[in-house]
Write a protein that binds this ligand. Sequence first.
Ligand code: PXL
Length: 268
Amino acid sequence: MTAAPPIVLTVAGSDPSGGAGLQADLKTIHQHGAYGAAVPTLITVQDSLEVGRVELLPADLVRAQLSAVLSDLETAAAKTGALGSPAVARVLGSIMKESRFGWVVDPVWLPSRGAPLSRGDMVAAYKDAVIPYADLLTPNANEAGLLAEMPVRTLDDAQKAAERIASLGAAAVLIKGGHLEGADRGTDLLLRDGEVSVLKAAKIVPGRFHGTGCALSAAIASRLAFGEDLFAAVDGAKAWLAGALAHAFAVGKGAKPVNHLWPLDDKP
Ligand code: PXL
């Protein structure tokens, strides 16, 4: 008999080009050997160059999908990506509050290129309704700055912002450094249980990529579903991502997506 893999749920927007959002999450979850379940929150029209139209799904439709999946599937871990509206964020928060598995929350409001992925005051909605129930929040420096109400330019800023975000109720915070002053690309700051770790990428890969944050948060959620502790899950996900970026390939005329097919145990 085949042992059932753990179930990982993603709650995110659709990217029909397959580089980011729900599609990227499902591929990442599958690559990690877990079973992916997926609740779409919004539909984008996009190619590898930019996000065009964005249609938000009604909050009651997102709620019905979440109820259907979670009342039936024994979910081991979940991640969230673009939610689209404060109403969807509040629906999600009410479900997170009742659930017994871990949630990795990637706060996504803007794509790196094209139309916004949300309307309304998402910062307030995340603070009130989502962050208090997040096991790990994974903002980039810009998103962390909006949540912590301070500019995040250096690693010291990132530490202060992570502490402020943790005080909103997130159990752990991973601030993705990206281009922080005085730190290499791919250097992230993790705050958990009051302890700060600075994590460096196994390899610095220059270039612009599509769907990096989606793949990272989905990889962390998958590793948590297999029982890794938070630090090991973040560290392992970063190592896989370094290889997946180093071996990215173009699928169209725009930014290369993460190579979701990259093996878990190869060196970048
Ligand atoms: O990478 C952020 C992101 C998340 N979710 C969706 C997206 C994007 C960026 O384009 O389209 C649906």
